[in-house]
Write a protein that binds this ligand. Structure first.
Ligand SMILES: Cc1ncc(COP(=O)(O)O)c(C=O)c1O
Length: 395
């Protein structure tokens, strides 16, 4: 079975590259781990690995491996962050509530339908605990999803003994919702959909996804990971919060790590039925996890539409530069709706990554159906130029 790497796996692969180690999920001996304690252990192992390799790392000229925002924070968010530092001695109190109100009014849901978190990864872990690890649901079960998708939630579920039923993508690298619907059975505990999908960058058409969730969620809960939704045009976005407001058994996660540039600041949120969030709250500290500075900056960023538009426009520009360079070299790519692009490469993944890395380009690769691929994050126009210069030399 073939899965995409999660952010944690990518970090690990980058760190292990120079050490000449392999990158299996169990590389750090995490077999049956208990996320409430072992999540921190997992992250710490990565940090230690980087620290050990620090001296040997070449100067990174373009860090285009983790789908971060290369333009940084909105100037308004930066200002709010600095101002909020004054209150850093106090626990956050009303800030979470205010941010939930903002999000709720834009999405047409109540603040009670929103749960904040320090990045959405925390919610993915909590979901895995709730659905496959907790006594409440009986442990195990089957998660229905697609091949070649984001592995973070699925990896946690697998560690809890869940079976992953991964349906092949369509030939356009899209989730095949019709085939997934046909695979639902009595053991299906949850359906996981990543839209836009990482690593393919493809989407399911909005009306198709809405219809699927409407039809299926009364039988099986549907979890849609919408980490990259902010890169979509309004007409490309499925109106899923509306289904939540109508009471459908639907769970959405979003993150500030992408268009808002908060990957290091850590802020994410879920939109789901209220009762569902009450259950999930048992496995996450929710809005008490993000710092008061992050929450304040998050509110400023959320309202700074001008900055978000700028980032979207620059992302499209970087994508076009990349498409053009790949075409010139005779390479095909998967047209992307997100801030990364997947394309088949003509050498082994490890060798490609290493050669890129030696030239100061940090990018990532994976294999699917025995075909090696590069997934390159969209950086600044300059970074895309640097990537293409090296790519043209080595490919
Ligand atoms: C599809 C998807 N979901 C969730 C995440 C988690 O991001 P974060 O924890 O920074 O919110 C990522 C990160 O790259 C992602 O690609």
């Amino acid at each position: 079975m073939d899965y995409s790497c999660s952010r944690r796996d990518l970090l690990r692969s980058g760190a292990l590259l120079t050490a000449g180690l392999t990158m299996s999920r169990s590389g750090f001996g995490l077999g049956n781990w208990n996320p409430t304690v072992a999540n921190a252990r997992h992250e710490q192992a990565l940090v230690d690995e980087f620290a050990r390799l620090g001296e040997d790392l070449p100067a990174v000229k373009a860090r285009i491996a983790f789908n971060e925002n290369p333009h940084g924070l909105s100037p308004k968010a930066k200002e709010a962050l600095i101002k909020a530092a004054e209150t850093g001695n106090r626990y956050a109190m009303f800030e979470g509530r205010e941010l939930k109100r903002l999000i709720g009014s834009r999405e047409g849901v109540k603040p009670e339908n929103i749960m904040l978190s320090a990045g959405s990864s925390e919610l993915l872990t909590a979901m895995a605990v709730l659905f496959t690890g907790s006594a409440a649901k009986g442990g195990g079960g089957t998660i229905l999803t697609s091949q070649f998708t984001y592995d973070d939630f699925l990896g946690c579920a697998r560690d809890f003994g869940a079976k992953i039923d991964a349906v092949p993508l369509t030939k356009e690298y899209r989730y095949d919702l019709a085939a997934m619907k046909a695979r639902i059975n009595a053991d299906t505990r949850l359906i996981y959909i990543c839209n836009p999908n990482n690593p393919t960058g493809t989407i399911v058409p909005a009306d198709e996804l809405t219809a699927f969730c409407r039809e299926v969620s009364p039988k099986v809960p549907v979890f849609v990971d919408e980490a990259y939704i902010d890169f979509l045009k309004p007409e490309e976005r499925a109106a899923l919060p509306k289904l939540v407001a109508e009471g459908h058994n639907l769970f959405l996660t979003r993150t500030f790590s992408k268009i808002h540039g908060f990957a290091g600041l850590r802020l994410g949120y879920a939109i789901a039925p209220e009762g569902f969030l009450e259950e999930l709250q048992k496995y996450s500290r929710g809005e008490w996890n993000p710092s008061v500075t992050t929450l304040k900056a998050g509110m400023a960023s959320y309202q700074d539409e001008e900055w978000q538009n700028f980032c979207r426009t620059e992302n499209a520009r970087g994508r076009d530069i990349l498409y053009k360079g790949l075409k010139e070299k005779g390479y095909e790519y998967v047209p992307s709706y997100a801030n990364f692009v997947l394309f088949p490469i003509r050498m082994k993944t490890r060798s490609f990554e290493q050669q890129m890395f030696k030239n100061g380009i940090m990018t990532s690769t994976r294999e699917h159906n025995a075909q090696p691929y590069c997934r390159v994050s969209i950086g600044t126009a300059d970074e895309m130029g640097m990537f293409l210069d090296v790519f043209k030399k080595i490919a």
